[in-house]
Design a protein around this ligand. Sequence first.
Ligand code: PGA
Length: 257
Amino acid sequence: MAKRKPFVGGNWKMNLHLSEALALTEELAAKFRATDKVDVVICPAFAYLAQVGQVLKKAGSGIKLGAQDCYFEANGAFTGEVSLSMLKDVGVSVVLTGHSERRHVLGESDELINRKTRAALAAGLEVILCVGEKLEQREAGMTDGVNLGQTSLGLAGVKPEQMSKVTIAYEPVWAIGTGKTATPADAQAAHARIRSFVKSGLYNEAIGDGLRIQYGGSVKPANAAELFGQADIDGGLIGGASLKAADFLAILDGAVQ
Ligand code: PGA
């Protein structure tokens, strides 16, 4: 079958102050034009979502606005949290759930990640659900078990008809921000395993074939095209290299092949 349309995300994490975030957005919006060859989302810090969203809207670039996290409750006494309707108010259409830093630095459980995933889908947003093993898990031969476990717990209760709004990001924890990248063959093997599980363990053939699975973990201009060229890798989730317009644009070029 034809390969799925690649999807590339820029996860800015807790980086870039307002002027830097706006300058980067303006440059990306000026140089990237919506194309039928790749979907693009950028995920600034909560504090600047509205302003970054305004720049994207004005430029009409087709770049989507994403949030790095969300909360699943609609409103109320949840100090510090941000609801999905608030995110929608400022133009967000994509939400990351289960990023490894939320899991392993902030202590989020699979159950919390699942509640966020289901709430974001119920609110009509797209979700990028992140999964991936730690180094000690890889060394213990647990890579597939961790990925499949996080995928099934993250997607628990997600209806088949909602799956067109779901992307999985496979991000081996040991490769995030470390400069170490999974080899294209290792990444491809992990992606293929997740896809076959979605097909025969969780949903069906058509949903598995249509599901986009991004690779994340030290993607840079020099390795993007080879990674994205693998049969089951449908673009990437980019941290460090998404903070510089030239690098992110070069990575987008690597997705269009
Ligand atoms: P990195 O981060 O590209 O800096 O490794 C990827 C991510 O955390 O999404």
